[in-house]
Design a protein around this ligand. Structure first.
Ligand code: SF4
Ligand code: SF4
Length: 396
């Protein structure tokens, strides 16, 4: 009697992963995987979706993942037994990303280190990102793979919502359109469009679906492209390596003046939660202490000259410091993809105040965006027409 090996079983399953920002994009990610399953069912395929167990309870901005599985050979019970009996998946035909700043790496709620976003992409698989950036801009952050894969970019902005609000702006169906284009073996264009028409019953949703289908651009990423991953590659402990009971390691107490002077938990750095980072014009700072006092994650380190350094490895990008700073243009939230390291900004400033200030002014640009999770009302954008001149008042 012919038997099916585990490898054959695995190869007959297609896997889709969607990476999203906890809370702000939870419903969006759920809708994408749910709709993929319904579309696949309408094609006579077996499919189901689930979420990563470690991502609940969620926290604002923390990278989370949902999955969808597809097969033409297995019943739903078989598919579920083969594909879902794990906390996470090992590989995916498509890894999609709902906020392009996650290309810098992911540190999910169940902490086990900073992982590359393309970690699970299989040879010739697809990394699908919604972004306004060029492929070169994104590839410079991606871990080098030993094989080629495809980077698909859907032009657009990350869609964020607040805690109790779903931003129904068409991003869900736009991603479905892009998936139908880059992976027709997962969902078929006609069936997907038909599903969107019958389910959502609005022209705007059909237009968003078509725009995802028509605008997605695919680039081949060769094995030589990308970066050497700067963090230790996380490995999960085997079942017999767990410590007995629940072990919560204490953080040693420390208070020193200067960068990295405060005690913080080295096992949970949280920095990959942010979409924007606060940049500080130290030359404008009045040393009022408000940023240090108000930061909910205690990211500011007092310095010997009375200023406050930022530890970006722990900053979640909540925007509170920028909100409370009383000085115009002193703390501004800036797109995280404009930065490639987590160095102390205060040290860069002390080394060369003028060139530090020039550099951050260029990175700021003139557009100021506050996401809805900061304003609590809706996204706000404004244009700044004059930047504040460098102030020579920075002796310690
Ligand atoms: S954005 Fe500001 S207040 Fe929020 S975590 Fe980062 S440093 Fe702290
Ligand atoms: S809130 Fe602004 S002015 Fe006050 S200490 Fe922080 S950076 Fe300086």
């Amino acid at each position: 009697m012919a038997t099916t090996t585990n490898i054959e079983q695995e190869q007959s399953i297609q896997r889709f992963e969607v990476n999203y920002r906890g809370i702000f994009q939870k419903t969006l990610a759920y809708r994408i995987t749910k709709d993929l399953v319904y579309i696949a069912h309408s094609q006579g395929r077996t499919a189901f979706s689930n979420g990563r167990y470690s991502d609940d309870p969620q926290r604002n901005g923390v990278p989370c993942a949902n999955f969808a599985f597809f097969s033409d050979e297995h019943s739903e019970e078989e598919l579920e037994a083969i594909a879902s009996a794990k906390m996470d998946i090992d590989r995916a035909n498509i890894v999609s990303v709902l906020d392009d700043t996650m290309v810098k790496g992911l540190e999910p709620w169940g902490h086990y280190g900073i992982r590359p976003i393309n970690e699970k992409v299989i040879p010739n698989g697809i990394l699908l990102v919604i972004s306004r950036r060029t492929p070169e801009d994104l590839v410079r952050f991606l871990d080098k793979k030993p094989f080629s894969y495809r980077l698909a970019i859907v032009p657009g902005d990350a869609s964020f919502a607040g805690l109790w609000y779903y931003r129904n702006d068409g991003t869900d169906v736009k991603m479905l359109g892009a998936i139908a284009k880059v992976a027709p073996s997962i969902i078929n264009y006609d069936k997907a469009k038909d599903y969107v028409r019958k389910t959502y019953k609005t022209d705007q949703k059909i237009e968003a679906f078509e725009s995802g289908y028509n605008s997605v651009v695919v680039t081949e990423v060769a094995p030589s492209q990308g970066t050497e991953w700067p963090y230790p590659k996380p490995t999960l402990p085997a079942w017999n390596e767990f410590e007995e009971g629940i072990v919560v390691k204490a953080v040693p107490n420390q208070f020193k003046i200067g960068p990295r002077g405060l005690a913080r938990n080295p096992d949970y750095k949280r920095g990959t939660s942010k979409t924007q980072r606060p940049i500080v014009r130290f030359d404008l700072c009045t040393k009022c202490t408000l940023c240090w006092y108000e930061c909910p994650d205690e990211c500011f380190d007092p310095t010997p000259d009375g200023l406050y350094d930022v530890n970006y490895e722990y900053c979640t990008g909540c925007g509170r410091c920028a909100e409370v700073c009383p000085v115009n243009e002193c703390i501004v939230m800036v797109d995280e993809l404009n930065f490639s390291d987590n160095k102390s900004p205060w040290e860069s400033f002390r080394k060369d105040p003028k060139s530090y200030t020039k550099d951050i002014e260029e990175k700021k640009g003139k557009r100021r965006m506050m996401p809805s999770f900061v304003t609590g009302k809706g996204e706000s954008t404004s244009e700044v027409h004059s930047s504040v001149a460098f102030k020579e008042t920075t002796k310690s």
